[in-house]
Design a protein around this ligand. Sequence first.
Ligand SMILES: N[C@@H](CCC(=O)N[C@@H](CS)C(=O)NCC(=O)O)C(=O)O
Length: 265
Amino acid sequence: MLELYTHPMSPCAQKVRIVLAEKGLDWTKHHVSLPDKENLRPEYLKLNPLGVVPTLVHDGQPVIESSIICEYLDDTYPESSLKPADTYARAKMRFWMKHVDNKLHPSCGALQWPLVMRPKLMEKPEQERLAILAKVPEKPRRERQIRLMKYGLEAPDVADAARIYRNTIVDMEKALEQHEWMVGDSFSLADVCLAPYFQTLLQFGWTEIYTRDCPRVTDWFNRCRDRQSYQSAVADDFPQDVCEQLLAVGKPGWAVIESHISELL
Ligand SMILES: N[C@@H](CCC(=O)N[C@@H](CS)C(=O)NCC(=O)O)C(=O)O
């Protein structure tokens, strides 16, 4: 039995849901409300001591860290593998996965958090907000969230995040000159792990960061979105009214992002 603790807007949970869908696996959903900080409740921390989604529970055994979960699922259900057979291509796939985990994911957090997590927190008195964030187990994440709570889109993390996003897109454009998908001619975990971070750009109306001069990335993301797995694992969670709401929320962010990437264009 497969159970997934997830949130619809979490890109790392979306990665895992795409793998589950690519493999046609049945699974049970446990919604974890991130704005309500259900991820920091003691019972959830027993499953995932880092206090983040996703967590996969397979026959009662928890597996954490989205890239590890994706590989675990691919290893456990090897039919229609999402790893290239060639070992060099496989190393490149892992490079992209690591880049997502170490760089793109925190950048996505820095851009998304002030818009979707901060408003709910700001309804509370400052002492209460700080007490909630003090429970975030990992120090770099905790300190980043405190900065994002204090300064919103003015936090220094936002400038770095915008530049990391843009540089990643330029590197992807180069990689896609070589082959149809990120590390070869078939869809792999590299594509799975990158695509959700473009959903964030799409939902907030920030697609110009790649559409204006990166045609291969534009085409790649359209092809990711055309897959049945993306439709059921990601797009179905974004009905029209949610899309309209997120576009409105994202609007003030574009000018900020554009100002930070202008010297890279
Ligand atoms: N490295 C972790 C990152 C997980 C992560 O940051 N999850 C976010 C949602 S995308 C989360 O749960 N955030 C809650 C919080 O920071 O309080 C993974 O890949 O699983």
